[in-house]
Structure formats: structure tokens, C-alpha cells
Design a protein around this ligand. Structure first.
Ligand code: ZN
Length: 347
């Protein structure tokens, strides 16, 4: 068994984006309830710390940080048509970025083998100077830059399985060879980015990998993309740390997403990432919550991921013999990346 750290806190319910907003405090209430029912004896639950301003500045401009800070003096600030802050959004967001850092520090320093930071508001749409898509601070990107700039790492893998493309994370690391950003998402869909030809710029060319999937794809199609595209690239990259932007809005029950993933799909993706992390970085994985708007899907899927993080992934998972609909996407992605990564024709 492996020791897993769960970072969770009632204060994550303090950010309120408005009545009937899908990114609501109850998401965290459900997670807290689920975590008390977990039967893992090797589970450690821990409260987050707040990220410092210096840490936030690893990804965000000073002027933008000041703008969010100012929103704390107002009852409501509208950042975009669906991104609204209340007076406690600034402190909750700092706690979300700090929660992922708390998890990363614990895994890096050996207090846990892996971790799940159940934070909100989510982060992967947040740009260096702009809030969007329910996101204010890019929690996972801040953690990746912290690993590189504060702890001296050189190769961080960010795997984003949220149903939306993580345009913020992609933009922050678009010219960086230190972060391999891989995203599987519904396309065409919000926020409109994440096509196959978006592979990075300058010295970052080849370090952004996008798998845009039409609505209705599910477990088998996702696993084809993992086995034939993401895992071969990840193994050549040899990450020193694996971060998962773990949204659960690609679940078939989700009211926003149009994909068909089940708990089995989330389990299989987690197992595959664990195998890569075991090979490359002694199993160091931190998952951070992004989207996911059906409470039951959220609780069941995150429970599945946490349980899987506790198991030893002893053997290579079997090949998937369905999901052929994903193969043209895999082929085209490989074509765009052909000068940067090797692909075995048998895969
Ligand atoms: Zn999402």
C-alpha cells in the first residue's frame, strides 16, 4: 500500500460565484463527505496553507494579482460572463494554490507517496493576467513552476483530463521545455483552444500535446489516446514529478460536458500515470481538482482515483481493443509531433 495525502478544507466552500452557478461550494461539501467514508488506513488528511504572493507571481502578473486582491473589498466582482468573485474569493483562491503546494511539498519531502488536493476554485483556465472559465489562479501551473524555480526540477508532466482544454496552463508553459503539458478534452468546446497543431513554440515546441475529442467519446477512446500517444511521449520525457489536472466533467453524468467517461475510465487513467511515475520518479503524483459539476460523479470518481493511488500498479494494464474511433486523432497528433518524439508503429 502507498501513503496518500488528501488536502481538503471547509474554507474551500467560502468562494461563492452566484446562485445556480455550477462551480458551487457543495462540490467541496460532497468531497468532505466522501473523504470521511474512505476506508484507507494509510490515508493522511491535511489542511492547506495559503500560497504567498511570491508563489502566485511565479505564474501571474503583479497587476492582475492586485486586481483579484481588490475584489476582496467588494461583495461581487465580475471577471468574465461566468467568472464572478465574492469578497472571500481572493483568500479561497490563495488557499487553493497553496493546497496544491502543500500536497506537492509533502510528496517531494517523502511524507506521502502521492496526494490529491481537493481545492476550489479550479485553475486551469486562469491566464497570467486574466481570470476566466471559473478560474482565478492557475493552481497546477503555480505548483509546476514552484517545482522548477524553487525546488530546481527540470521536467514536470502535467496531465489534464478535465473535459475542457486547459488554455491557461498551455499558455503559461507554451515556450517551456521543462513542462510537458498533455490535455485530452472535448472539441469543439469551451474555451476553443487545444487543437492538434498547438504543440508549443520556441524551445517549447513538442512539449504541448493535445488530444481534441468529439463529444460522446468514453473510456475506450480515452485509453487509446493514453496508450498510443500520451504514455509513449511521457516515457521519453521522463518526468521528475507528475501533476494531474483532475477535472471530473468528462464523466457521463456531468451536466456541462458531453463525454462518456465512467469511474472505470478514471481508474484506468490513474493506473497508467502511476506506472509512468513509478518508472520515472518513484511514483510522485499529485492530483488537483479542476472541474466536475455532478456531485455524485464527482464523489464516486474522486474516490476511485484515491483508492487507486493507494494500490501498487503491479503489472502493465492490458491493451484496449475497443475505441478505434480515437485512432485518427492519435495518428494526426503523432504526425504533428513526429520531429519531437518517437512512436512505435505497433502501438
Ligand atoms: Zn472543466
Amino acid at each position: 500500500m502507498r501513503k496518500t495525502l488528501l488536502v481538503i478544507d471547509r474554507r474551500y466552500m467560502d468562494h461563492f460565484a452566484g446562485q445556480v452557478h455550477p462551480e458551487r461550494p457543495a462540490r467541496i461539501g460532497t468531497m468532505i463527505e466522501m473523504s470521511t467514508e474512505l476506508k484507507r488506513s494509510d490515508l493522511k488528511i491535511c489542511a492547506p496553507r495559503e500560497a504567498t504572493l511570491e508563489e502566485l507571481a511565479l505564474c501571474h502578473s503583479d497587476g492582475y494579482l492586485l486586481t483579484i486582491e481588490r475584489s476582496a473589498t467588494r461583495e461581487r466582482t465580475d471577471f468574465d460572463p461566468d467568472t464572478h468573485a465574492c469578497a472571500r474569493t481572493w483568500s479561497t483562491s490563495r488557499l487553493a494554490a497553496g493546497g496544491v503546494l502543500t500536497a506537492v511539498e509533502a510528496v517531494l519531502d517523502g511524507e506521502a507517496n502521492n496526494a490529491f488536493a481537493m481545492v476550489r476554485p479550479p485553475g486551469h483556465h486562469a491566464l497570467p493576467g486574466r481570470a476566466m472559465g471559473f478560474c482565478f489562479l492557475n493552481n497546477v501551473a503555480i505548483a509546476a513552476n514552484w517545482l522548477i524555480k524553487v525546488r530546481g526540477k527540470h521536467r514536470i508532466l502535467i496531465l489534464d483530463w478535465d473535459v475542457h482544454h486547459g488554455n491557461g496552463t498551455q499558455e503559461i508553459f507554451y515556450d517551456s521545455p521543462n513542462v510537458l503539458y498533455m490535455s485530452i478534452h472535448q472539441y469543439p468546446f469551451y474555451p476553443g483552444t487545444g487543437w492538434l497543431d498547438e504543440i508549443g513554440t520556441g524551445s517549447g515546441v513538442g512539449f504541448t500535446v493535445n488530444a481534441p475529442m468529439p463529444a460522446s467519446f468514453g473510456d475506450a477512446e480515452y485509453l487509446q489516446v493514453f496508450d498510443r500517444l500520451f504514455l509513449p511521449v511521457a516515457r521519453q520525457f521522463k518526468p521528475e514529478f507528475v501533476l494531474i489536472s483532475a477535472g471530473f466533467d468528462a464523466h457521463f453524468r456531468d451536466p456541462l460536458g458531453g463525454m462518456r467517461l465512467t469511474e472505470k475510465g478514471f481508474l484506468a487513467m490513474t493506473r497508467r500515470l502511476q506506472l509512468v511515475a513509478d518508472e520515472c520518479c518513484n511514483g510522485k503524483i499529485v492530483a488537483a481538482l479542476e472541474g466536475g459539476y455532478d456531485l455524485r460523479a464527482l464523489a464516486n470518481s474522486s474516490r476511485t482515483v484515491i483508492e487507486e493511488l493507494g494500490r501498487e500498479p503491479s503489472a502493465e494494464p492490458g491493451a484496449v481493443d475497443e475505441g478505434e474511433r480515437a485512432l485518427p486523432i492519435v495518428e494526426r497528433a503523432r504526425y504533428f509531433l513526429r520531429d519531437h518524439w518517437q512512436f512505435d508503429q505497433d502501438d
